[in-house]
Ligand binder design. Structure first.
Ligand code: 6R9
Length: 659
């Protein structure tokens, strides 16, 4: 069958390209021999799933063993490791110190301006304990929600772990988001505390951050305290009684803190992600199952070896990748990792390779958008550094095109390192589909197949699995330990969003289109809903549309994701201005800035086109497909379902005149 039409993005051409991709890269005999995961992993998982996951859960230290591995009787709300108790922070920190690894480096932290800090597991234990004591002294108790709005400084990681240690539920909000985005997330979760910094470095320059918190908190009834780390020495306004400096309340705390055990299903964090409507969804994750799968996947997919590897995931903690593959998975596995605060071209385009060389990074995990940016900057840049320490490369966030995969393999991995393309989502909590680097013969551009213990397949409209060579919708047909436990405060939306499309079969619908090639490998084809993927960040078209129409000069707006050679998709907006407003560069700039203010700079449209009309069906649905044709400079497709078929001529002729 033909793949589903893809409202948000990738064209059928992409599929054609993928179909012709036939190169495969098996692991070297030496790599395969030493790999953590061997072929028997899948056999064990297939033989007895519950026993397999119980075996994985034993990677962790539990204070009470579970009575039941999985309780799916309340589907789609899963309970994993029922009755088990653990402390997530203890598992990520203390136990490594108790096992005699206190002197091992946990984090090589590299600040954007060139400062650095070395944090051992013993240091991490002290810092997390101090932070936990400070949070308790501020009156927070298990179950409370804490918003974390910080750049990539070590205190952000201490804060997350201190929350986990106390049973507080953190909600990390990307520090590139606006005050308004922060406000709505604080309100939705009814957070009591925000942890932030005075400012953050952005491309070598300090920019204020606390100011956005002040703006957000002025309108949020639940926030009692704002805890502020001094990072940039940026001047801040101060509200006595509400604002407290980190160096005043954390520094003097005791480094002793006894971790309490929490239920395996105790909420660990909420992370907001874009849905198909304007309002972001608070994805809820809990403790035991989440940490089990984060640790299991980090160990097997990256072939991570504690005490030997130096691991670097380039994500930000504001995204799920930062949660699972900077904080929880690697630390549970006693990784030594690099955490970098800044942008990849500060002070120059070799910054990442300089860091790889400096710390002898052996596992490097990044996003296709960055790989394409590196391609643009040129292969001579990585060639100028010693990258011989690298042994595994990873990719996440969007489909990686075969060209980028091959470039990554050749110019970063010296044609030697396996590349693991990892498919997963905020909702899945941890990696679901990926090759095992010591087992799988990888194909450039394919995430290959579900990991042992994971059930994923491609089905047609009716939910029937398609065969080799067939395309359709990606579904998850078995519950998995790190699965979301709901949308914060909205049970119905949870059922509706993920479980209604294939309700009869009980499948989780991921929102992605996918296909099998003739060997049965899975190729992801992008979202089939109105969610765009810009540089690996999920942004809904509706979200940007609502931001645009909230501006006084805009009457109507339609937003599409247009294929972009660097960012995967770029945001292109079509707006109808209100009567009397003159079109021109000024308005366009004003609207772009407005979107940045409402949502954050990452949501700024690449292009805004002022148009006299929007193409709509008779039922009033905007036909984004046609707008995408315009945005991508293609011949306009079938217009027969338009209420007024002359609209597209009007739009095109207006654009040709350069309005
Ligand atoms: C981890 C993360 C999830 C969406 C997902 C899909 C896309 C992520 C991918 C990929 C193809 C990969 N996606 N990894 N598409 N190949 N390896 O990115 O989570 O921000 O929630 O985004 O990203 O469309 O549905 P999140």
């Amino acid at each position: 069958m033909t793949p589903p039409s893809n409202e948000a993005g990738q064209s059928a051409n992409a599929l054609d390209n993928l179909l012709t991709e036939s190169r495969t890269f098996p692991p070297s005999a030496e790599f395969a021999d030493k790999a953590n995961a061997k072929a028997d992993l899948a056999e064990r998982a297939a033989a007895d799933r519950d026993a397999f996951w119980a075996e994985q859960a034993r990677r962790l230290s539990w204070t009470a063993e579970w009575d039941q591995v999985l309780d799916w009787s309340g589907a789609p709300f899963a309970k994993w490791f029922v009755g088990g108790k653990l402390n997530v922070a203890y598992n990520c920190v203390d136990r490594h110190v108790e096992d005699g690894h206190g002197e091992q480096v946990a984090i090589h932290w590299e600040g954007e301006p060139g400062d650095s800090r070395t944090i051992t597991y013993a240091d991490l234990k002290d810092e997390v304990s101090r932070t936990a004591n400070a949070l308790s002294s501020l009156g927070l108790v298990a179950g409370d929600r804490v918003a974390i709005y910080m750049p990539m400084v070590p205190e952000a990681i201490y804060s997350m772990l201190a929350c986990a240690r106390l049973g507080l539920t953190h909600s990390v909000v990307f520090a590139g988001f606006s005050a308004e985005a922060l406000r709505s997330r604080i309100d939705d979760a009814e957070a009591k505390l925000v942890i932030t910094t005075d400012g953050q470095y952005r491309r070598g320059k300090p920019a204020p951050l606390k100011a956005a918190v002040d703006e957000a908190v002025a309108q949020t009834p639940t926030i009692q305290k704002v805890l502020v780390v001094k990072r940039t020495d940026t001047e801040v306004e101060w509200t006595e009684g509400r604002d407290v400096w980190w160096h005043d309340v954390v520094a003097d705390q005791s480094t002793e803190h006894t971790p309490e055990s929490f239920d395996a299903e105790h909420p660990l964090f909420i992370l907001y992600t874009s849905g198909t409507t304007g309002r972001p969804k608070g994805i809820l994750h809990t403790s035991g199952g989440y940490l089990t799968q984060a640790a299991y996947t980090h160990h097997n997919v990256f072939d991570h070896k504690a005490g030997q590897d130096v691991y670097w995931c380039t994500a930000d903690i504001g995204w799920v990748t930062g949660h699972s593959y900077i904080v929880y998975g690697p630390l549970a596995n006693r990784a030594t990792q690099v955490v970098y605060e800044g942008t990849p071209n500060t002070p120059n385009e070799g910054r990442h390779w300089e860091i790889v060389q400096k710390y002898k990074v052996s596992i490097y995990y990044t996003a296709p958008t960055l790989i394409r940016t590196f391609m643009k900057w040129g292969a001579d840049i990585p060639a100028g550094y010693d990258l011989s320490s690298l042994r595994v490369l990873g990719s996440v966030g969007e489909p990686i095109n075969p060209e980028a995969w091959m470039w990554y393999r050749e110019h970063v991995g010296a044609n030697r390192c396996p590349i693991v393309d990892t498919w997963w989502q905020t909702e899945t909590g941890a990696i679901m589909i990926a090759p095992l680097p010591g087992v799988t013969a990888c194909k450039p551009g394919s995430a290959m197949g579900p990991l042992p213990g994971i059930g994923a397949k491609v089905v047609d409209e009716a939910g029937v699995a398609v065969g080799k060579g067939g395309g359709g919708y990606l579904v998850l047909d078995q519950p998995w330990p790190a699965m979301l436990r709901g949308i914060w405060g909205d049970e119905e939306r949870f059922r509706d969003t993920y479980w209604s499309r294939f309700a009869d079969q009980g499948f989780y619908f991921a929102g992605d289109g996918a296909k099998y090639d003739d060997d049965g490998a899975i190729w992801l084809l992008g979202r089939v809903d109105d969610v765009m993927n810009v540089s690996g960040h999920r942004i809904s078209t509706t979200e940007v549309e609502s931001a645009l129409v909230s501006h006084a000069k805009v009457a109507e707006a339609a937003v599409v994701g247009a294929t972009d050679p660097t960012t995967g998709q770029g945001i292109v907006a079509f707006v109808i201005l209100r009567g009397g407003v003159e079109a021109g560069d000024d308005v366009v700039k004003e609207l772009r800035d407005h979107v940045a203010k409402e949502i954050g700079p990452i949501a700024k449209p690449r292009q805004i086109m002022v148009v006299p009309e929007l193409p709509k069906t008779r039922s009033g649905k905007i036909m984004r497909r046609l707008l995408r044709d315009v945005a991508e400079n293609r011949q306009i497709g079938d217009v027969t379902t338009l209420a007024d078929s002359t609209v597209m001529d009007l739009i095109s002729s207006g654009l040709n005149k350069g309005s």
